[in-house]
Design a binder for this molecule. Structure first.
Ligand code: C5P
Length: 404
């Protein structure tokens, strides 16, 4: 999560009765850590699952549970609580509460708040699979969507009742991602983005290989930022230990050749290609099928290398290339090599990592090389930087009507 990416956002977090209430403790922590202020409002049923004291401690604000709460000087909690809100998020949203919302009922503080609101409403359903599949629930959800309510999830999988199916609430982290995405401006709406990220792994034999220190963090952060900006994102990832960003389609590969083939299969659909992966320039010709044994007295193994395909250059040299963006990690003299590399790779934009190699670090500073000159972006964490880079890329895109 980027530092304070929800700074200045005020959310009303409405909790209704369901075992998924336990996930809201973590969600509240994620939201407040991202800089949002969170006003928790609970239904009577929600307080049976988790206490208002817990939610007050986590949100740092008194929790409201009753429409007769006398703490508001004007006695209008149902109006005042959402007045400053950028959104109301109902999580978990029970079957009963979805029905109430769909029918405009207002018989407790939270439902009254929702009907009296002047801000977007997001609901995060949580229920048993039969309750979710019930035609009445499906009707209510369809009605809510038609009314402009954002329905986040539900997820599929094991449920508290012991059954398996649709209806369980998104995990706290996924709910957070969906909320952060909701607040991002959709500057890449309708665009398809193809990215490569991470290192590649070139085998020497079945157990050994050559790789590099790329962590994949920058590529994954860009994939997340592009998804949040409304793009349809396809991420081709080398071997990394990172979670797939929410809403991103991920394809795992090992070698440069596999990465090249995966990209070439999908590039015709892409409007933007971002080559972030640290692709191995060479691979061993005819890697051994068997583990190379260390035998006393035997000559040391030697390897012949062959060149890997240059994925970025292959994409950039297509007859109708997408807007292709490259990355350059130079250990010295980036200013000199950056523009030269951009021209050699035939891309309109090349992003150079400034300073020492930043593999695995969370901070980065970059220079944008393009035909018109070079621009330096301020040092930032990789997620903030990813958002800035997506904004820079969006600015430089040709008009949609001119895109293939
Ligand atoms: O030439 P160099 O490896 O420094 O170029 C870096 C850029 O080229 C990155 O965007 C990287 O993803 C891309 N690249 C590639 N295929 C290669 C080598 C690099 O796509 N075989």
């Amino acid at each position: 999560m980027a530092t304070a990416e929800l700074a200045g956002k005020h959310l009303v977090l409405g909790m209704t009765g369901g075992i998924a209430c336990y996930k809201i403790a973590e969600l509240t922590r994620l939201l407040t850590k991202a800089g949002a202020t969170v006003q928790v409002v609970m239904t009577e049923a929600a307080t049976q699952f988790i206490t208002p004291v817990t939610m007050q401690a986590l949100s740092g604000r008194p929790v409201y549970t009753s429409q007769w709460d006398a703490r508001m000087p004007n006695n209008m909690a149902h109006i005042d609580l959402s007045r400053e809100a950028d959104a109301i998020v109902i999580a978990p949203a029970s079957t009963d509460f979805l029905a109430k919302l769909a029918h405009g009922m207002a018989d407790d503080l939270l439902s009254t708040l929702c009907i009296a609101r002047d801000c977007p409403l997001l609901v995060v359903p949580a229920m048993n699979r039969q309750m979710w599949q019930n035609p009445a629930t499906q009707r209510n959800v369809a009605q809510l969507r038609a009314d402009g309510v954002d329905v986040l999830g539900p997820d599929s999988g094991p449920q508290a009742c012991g059954e398996i199916g649709d209806g369980r609430m998104l995990e706290a982290a996924a709910t957070y991602e969906a909320i952060a995405s909701f607040f991002s401006s959709k500057i890449l709406s309708g665009r398809r983005v193809l990215l490569t990220a991470g290192p590649t792994f070139e085998p020497l034999d079945p157990v050994r290989g050559i790789t590099n220190r790329s962590s994949g963090k920058m590529g994954f952060a860009l994939a997340r930022a592009a998804q949040q900006a409304g793009a349809d994102v396809h991420l081709v990832a080398g071997p990394v230990a990172l979670e797939t960003p929410w809403g991103v389609f991920r394809e795992d590969v090992q070698t440069a050749q596999q990465m090249h083939d995966a990209v070439m299969r999908s590039v015709a659909d892409a409007d933007i290609f971002i080559g972030v992966a640290a692709v191995a320039d060479w691979r061993v010709d005819h890697a051994s099928e068997h583990k190379i044994k260390k035998t006393a007295g035997r000559a040391l193994p030697s390897f012949t290398f062959v060149e890997n395909p240059d994925i970025l250059a292959s994409v950039a040299n297509l007859p109708h290339p997408p807007f292709a963006v490259g990355f350059a990690a130079e250990s010295d003299n980036l200013e000199l090599h950056g523009e030269e590399k951009r021209v050699r790779k035939n891309v309109p934009l090349l992003i150079g990592n400034l300073g020492p190699l930043t593999f695995g670090l969370d901070d980065n500073e970059v220079i944008l090389f393009e035909a018109g000159g070079a621009t330096r972006l301020p040092r930032a964490d990789k997620l903030t930087l990813a958002r800035a880079l997506i904004a820079e890329i969006a600015k430089r895109l040709p008009d949609t009507s001119l895109i293939r």
